[in-house]
Design a protein around this ligand. Structure first.
Ligand code: NAD
Length: 269
């Protein structure tokens, strides 16, 4: 299926690793120029690799999405040098690094950074880029949330709450931007083997007594089998395939939606 994304420009925030990197690669394969923003020092190198793999222009910039001044300045500069951005994906994310319920095992101070990265970073990026897209009457936003944002997950309450907030913000933004022909959607991944997913296991394992500690594959494999009806992992490429579809004209009537790519973990009626 030709998604007609050739020559478009896609920005992937959190694009230096895992799901974000897979989404960036999928855009590059569709012939889009790709811009990676990530706080990781590896970002320029990841973009250079993408450029080598594809025939498109890819640029990686070290940007902390929680810093609105930096986000706004970089966005303004990039419009002048790299071209107008048509598609924005917000895939940056992190957990609290702690595991354990009840929620009062965490401190209120554990919430701040998690909310800033998972929710307020997306708000920063949207503030910096939505007005221009609205003016040009064209564009798409995609937020990567989580099934945790829909099920009151006890694993990491600040993470779940931030992801729920992201879903809600996407809906408000979709309504605001619809009259300007800009679409906003959210994908909720289930379980994907990335550094972030491994960090959740690490936080759990760290607090276990020696005889209860388990290997990552063992711990996560059991979770996959017990909570996911399809009983298998999701992959970064599963999310990437959906991401480019949502950015394309094929999805021109899809906005304000929360789409679960989770093997059936969350089902609505
Ligand atoms: N892996 C899973 O099982 C899973 C499940 C559900 C949702 N998600 C979500 O998918 C998204 C991608 O996660 P992943 O699993 O690929 O993790 P990952 O750790 O591989 O990638 C996250 C990226 O975000 C970047 N990042 C973090 N804070 C940032 C900031 N302030 N500014 C810019 N970049 C920042 C990191 O440097 C990293 O490159 C996240 O939003 C995550 O919450 C992941």
């Amino acid at each position: 299926m030709d998604l007609k994304l050739t020559g478009d420009t896609a920005l992937v925030v959190g694009g230096a690793s895992g799901i974000g990197l897979a989404i960036a690669r999928a855009f590059a394969r569709e012939g889009s120029n790709v811009l990676l923003w990530d706080r990781s020092a590896e970002t320029p190198a990841r973009a250079a690799e993408l450029a080598t793999e594809s025939s498109t222009t890819c640029l990686g910039q070290i940007v902390d999405a929680t810093d609105f001044v930096q986000v706004k300045k970089t966005a303004a500069e990039i419009n002048a040098s790299f071209g107008q951005i048509q598609h924005v994906v917000y895939a940056a994310g992190m957990g609290s690094g702690k595991f354990g319920f009840p929620f009062w095992k965490l401190e209120p101070s554990d919430w701040d950074r998690v909310l800033r990265v998972n929710l307020l970073g997306a708000v920063n990026v949207a503030h910096a880029l939505a007005p221009g897209m609205a003016e040009r009457q064209q564009g798409t936003f995609l937020f990567i949330s989580s099934v945790a944002g829909q099920i009151g997950s006890q694993t990491d309450p600040p993470y779940s709450a931030a992801k729920a907030g992201l879903i809600n913000f996407a809906q408000a933004a979709a309504k605001d931007l619809a009259p300007h022909n800009v679409r906003v959607n959210t994908i909720c991944p289930g379980m994907i083997q990335t550094p972030l997913n491994r960090a959740v296991w690490q936080a759990w394992n760290d607090q276990q007594p020696a005889d209860a500690k388990r290997a990552y594959d063992d711990w996560a494999g059991e979770k996959v089998r017990s909570v996911i009806p399809l009983k298998r992992w999701q992959t970064p490429d599963d999310i990437a395939a959906y991401a480019v579809f949502l950015a394309s004209y094929q999805a021109q009537n899809i906005t304000g939606q929360t789409l679960n790519v989770d093997g059936g973990w969350v089902m609505h009626w």
